[in-house]
Design a protein around this ligand. Structure first.
Ligand code: SAM
Length: 278
C-alpha cells in the first residue's frame, strides 16, 4: 500500500501527445491523490486509467465559480488534490492560477510537478534565440484586437511564443508579418506525436505557405527577435558631435550623443576630443 500523500495542492504536468512523456513522479501523485481536478473528464479518464489511478475527478475550468473554488479549498486542509489540464502544464494557457493564488493565501502547501509544455518544446525545436522569450498564449481572434496585441510587443527584443490553431494559422502569420516585419519564425506542429514537424522561414514565407493550406493538429508559432538596429555610421557620429560641441563641452556632448546613438561613451568621447582639437 502506498504511503498517503501529504494534504495540499499538486500541480501535475501531463503529456502533450506522447504518453511516454508522463514522469514517474506525476504518475505516482495521480495514483495517490485523493482527488484530481480536471478540465474534461473524458480526456483525463483515459490518462488516469493509463497510470492506474482511481482517484475521484472534480471539474475545474475557467468557469469554475468562486463558491466551487472555496469548496475545493476547504478540502485541501486534509486531502491531497492534484490539478491537471487536458494536456501539458496546468496554468499555461490553462486554468489554475486563481486556485494556486487562493491556496497559497489560505496557507495550504502547493507543490509543482514540472513536465511537458508545448511552448517550451517548440522553443527547443525552432532554432531561434532562447535567452529571452515572451509567451503570448493565444492572440485575440478579432483582427483589430490581434493587430493591437502584435503592435504592443513589436519592439521587444525577445523571441515570441504563441499558441494557435490550424484554421487560424495563415491569418495569424500574415498579421505577424504585417506587424513585426521580416523576422525569422517557426511553426511547430503536433509536438511529440507521430506527425511532429517544425517548419522554419521568414514570417512572410510561412504566411504564404499556410495561406490556403491550413494544417491539421496543434500548433505553436515561435518568432525570432527583431534584428538589432544598425549602428550609426562615422559620418552620423561626426554630424551629431559637431552639433553638440557647438554648445557643450566635449564630455557633455559625448555623453548626450553616446546615449542618443547607443554607442559606447568612451569611443564617442575620444572622437569628441579629436573634433574639438584637444
Ligand atoms: N497547458 C498546455 C501546455 O503546457 O502546453 C497548453 C494548453 S493550450 C489550451 C493548448 C494549445 O497548446 C494548443 O492549441 C496548441 O497551440 C498548443 N499545443 C498543445 N499540445 C501541442 C502539441 N503537441 N504540439 C503543438 N502545440 C501544442
Amino acid at each position: 500500500m502506498d504511503e498517503r500523500l501529504a494534504p495540499g495542492l499538486y500541480i501535475v504536468a501531463t503529456p502533450i501527445g506522447n504518453l511516454g512523456d508522463m514522469t514517474s513522479r506525476a504518475a505516482d501523485v495521480l495514483r495517490r491523490a485523493d482527488r484530481v481536478l480536471v478540465e474534461d473528464r473524458r480526456v483525463s479518464a483515459r490518462l488516469l486509467q493509463h497510470v492506474g489511478s482511481t482517484a475521484r475527478m472534480i471539474n475545474y475550468t475557467d468557469h469554475t465559480s468562486e463558491a466551487e473554488r472555496d469548496s475545493i479549498l476547504a478540502l485541501l486542509a486534509d486531502h491531497a488534490i492534484a490539478l491537471i489540464s487536458d494536456a501539458g502544464t496546468p496554468l499555461i494557457s490553462d486554468p489554475g492560477y486563481k486556485l494556486v493564488r487562493d491556496a497559497r493565501a489560505a496557507g495550504h502547501p502547493v507543490n509543482t510537478l514540472p513536465g511537458p509544455c508545448a511552448a517550451v518544446a517548440a522553443l527547443t525545436l525552432a532554432g531561434l534565440p532562447t535567452d529571452r522569450f515572451l509567451f503570448l498564449g493565444f492572440l485575440p481572434a478579432k483582427e483589430k484586437a490581434r493587430a493591437e496585441a502584435i503592435a504592443e510587443v513589436a519592439g521587444i527584443r525577445a523571441s515570441l511564443v504563441l499558441y494557435e490553431s490550424g484554421p487560424r494559422l495563415g491569418d495569424t502569420l500574415a498579421a505577424l508579418a504585417d506587424g513585426l516585419g521580416a523576422r525569422e519564425a517557426a511553426v511547430a506542429r503536433e509536438l511529440t506525436k507521430l506527425h511532429e514537424e517544425c517548419v522554419t522561414g521568414t514570417l512572410a514565407t510561412l504566411a504564404d505557405r499556410y495561406a490556403d493550406a491550413p494544417p491539421r493538429g496543434e500548433i505553436v508559432i515561435v518568432v525570432g527577435p527583431p534584428a538589432p538596429a544598425a549602428e550609426a555610421s562615422g559620418e552620423e557620429l561626426d554630424e551629431a558631435l559637431a552639433a553638440a560641441l557647438a554648445s557643450q563641452s566635449p564630455s557633455r556632448a559625448a555623453a548626450d550623443v553616446a546615449a542618443a546613438l547607443k554607442l559606447p561613451r568612451k569611443r564617442v568621447y575620444a572622437r569628441a576630443l579629436e573634433l574639438a582639437g584637444k
